[in-house]
Design a protein around this ligand. Structure first.
Ligand SMILES: [Zn+2]
Length: 478
């Protein structure tokens, strides 16, 4: 089976934050799990790089937009490397190939485009338009960005979004286009009940120069959101490359809850206009609070994901954000919770089970291990939790196995068997521990690839490979 998985592509106006890091990790778990299952996978991530906000920011730093986006995009590529993300592609919306394909796509949806004189409110911070009602409610100032809405009177190209309202609704209701979790599915359905209006999909070049020109109309550039969404198919070489034919529709698109309207309403409409299938599943994750407060510039409480990885390592980061941020809801990060998860669950539970078993095999069995068995299939229940994006529950199930193993060791007391000279029983008990750990390593593979490899390296041959250091050395907070 061919499986295509995407994250949303972060807008490069600021450095990577915890939400980006968690989203990359989620998509990576889905991709690694699919590969374990034997699928051929393309995991695509990337960066969204056009628009007025980028040009504005670059100017303030005395850089060209290209220089600025080169630097910023690199930070996201570094984040992916740091988190051991196994992405096959990294698309930038400033890639020449993307730009050329976007222009071709524009030509092929021309029947759904028209020019209209337009009045609306715009916030460059969001690169989005707002209605009179929203602007009035917020007293003319965008609360997210603390900047006044700009009144815009322009002649723009519009896309006939309203035309697709019913068809999108039908697809979502039938779960042909499955939105996970249910709460987010309901949210978008009620939005569709209110009815979609046509949207502006270009801006005058006089206002925004950093973008892809509208083909055949030098006075306009394509609206940044509109072309950014197209990355999901330009990255596969739509329309002519075989990857597109082989891998589309996407099996999973992973996004945050703030951009659900773009991905569950506008994006499927564009695909319908192109006459191609919508994604199979859209998984919407929640927000991460820090110390139970929303991350914000004014609170100065945003946390650099690189700082967490520096202290605890990539696998502990991956574990924390997938186990302790509820998969179907918002969640909370604190350094205390991170430290406690690292010391207790990883160190005392998993680390100890590995360490104790390894030392007993060395001392009681002269480091001899049972023949490695042929690979067992991935646990069905845990597998289906992953497929439904219940990463928190999947890790809970794996941890139940870790806890059971520790309990088994406590109950069987291999050290007493050794003292009593009950060699036969001792071998049986230790072999059970080893088999359990080999399987736990396999189950952890999508979540903690490095830890999984390390456990396998210790136990997966006929001779124990005792590690020089424990898997999770103590890292006390200063
Ligand atoms: Zn704003």
């Amino acid at each position: 089976m061919k499986t295509f998985i995407t994250t949303s592509i972060p807008y490069v106006n600021g450095p990577p934050h915890l939400g980006h890091a968690m989203e990359f990790t989620i998509a990576d778990v889905l991709a690694r799990y699919a590969r374990l299952r034997g699928d051929e996978v393309i995991l695509s991530i990337g960066t969204d790089e056009h628009g007025g906000k980028i040009a504005e920011k670059a100017e303030s730093l005395k850089l060209t937009p290209q220089e600025f986006t080169d630097q910023m995009s690199q930070k996201f590529q570094d984040l992916a490397t740091t988190l051991e993300i196994s992405n096959d592609r990294f698309i930038r919306t400033t890639d020449k190939d993307h730009e050329a394909r976007v222009q071709k796509i524009w030509e092929s949806i021309k029947d759904d485009l028209y020019i209209k004189q337009y009045q609306a409110w715009y916030c460059t911070g969001d690169e989005a338009f707002f209605s009179d009602a929203v602007v009035k409610k917020n007293n003319n100032v965008c609360p997210e960005h603390n900047r006044p809405y700009e009144k815009i009177v322009e002649e723009n190209y519009f896309f006939k979004l309203s035309k697709y309202n019913q068809r999108i609704k039908d697809l979502i209701v039938s779960n042909e286009f499955l939105i996970i979790p249910e709460t987010k599915r309901n949210e978008i359905l009620s939005l569709l009940d209110e009815g979609l209006e046509d949207i502006s999909v270009s801006r005058p070049k006089s206002k925004i120069y950093w973008g892809i020109p509208v083909p055949g109309d030098e006075s306009q550039v394509i609206y940044v959101w509109f072309e950014a969404l197209l990355n999901y198919i330009t990255v596969l070489g739509f329309p002519d490359k075989s990857d597109f034919k082989d891998y589309w529709p996407a099996s999973y698109q992973v996004i945050g809850k703030d951009i659900i309207r773009f991905h569950a309403a506008i994006w499927p409409a564009i695909l319908m206009s192109l006459g191609i299938a919508t994604p199979k599943k859209l998984y919407v994750h929640g927000f991460i609070n820090v110390d139970n407060l929303k991350m914000s510039k004014s609170l100065g409480n945003s946390i650099d994901p690189f700082a967490i990885v520096d202290q605890y390592g990539a696998d502990a980061f991956r574990y924390f954000f997938l186990r302790h941020i509820p998969s179907y809801d918002d969640g909370n990060f604190s350094w205390e919770a991170m430290a406690s998860s690292y010391q207790n669950e990883l160190g005392n539970e998993l680390g100890n089970a590995v360490q104790r078993t390894a030392v007993m095999v060395k001392n009681y069995l002269a480091s001899e291990l049972p023949e490695p068995e042929s690979k067992k299939a991935y646990d069905q229940e845990i597998g289906s939790l992953i497929e439904n994006c219940r990463f928190d529950k999947a890790l809970e199930q794996i941890w139940l196995r870790v806890k059971n193993l520790n309990q088994f060791i406590e109950d069987q007391k291999p050290w007493s068997l050794y003292k009593a000279g009950e060699q036969k029983k001792l071998v049986l008990v230790l072999n059970s521990q080893i088999k359990a750990l080999r399987y736990i390593a396999d189950l952890l593979q999508p979540f903690m690839p490095d830890v999984s490899d390390k456990i396998s390296l210790i136990f997966n041959s006929k001779q124990l490979n005792l590690p020089e250091r424990t898997l999770f050395p103590r890292r006390d907070l200063d």
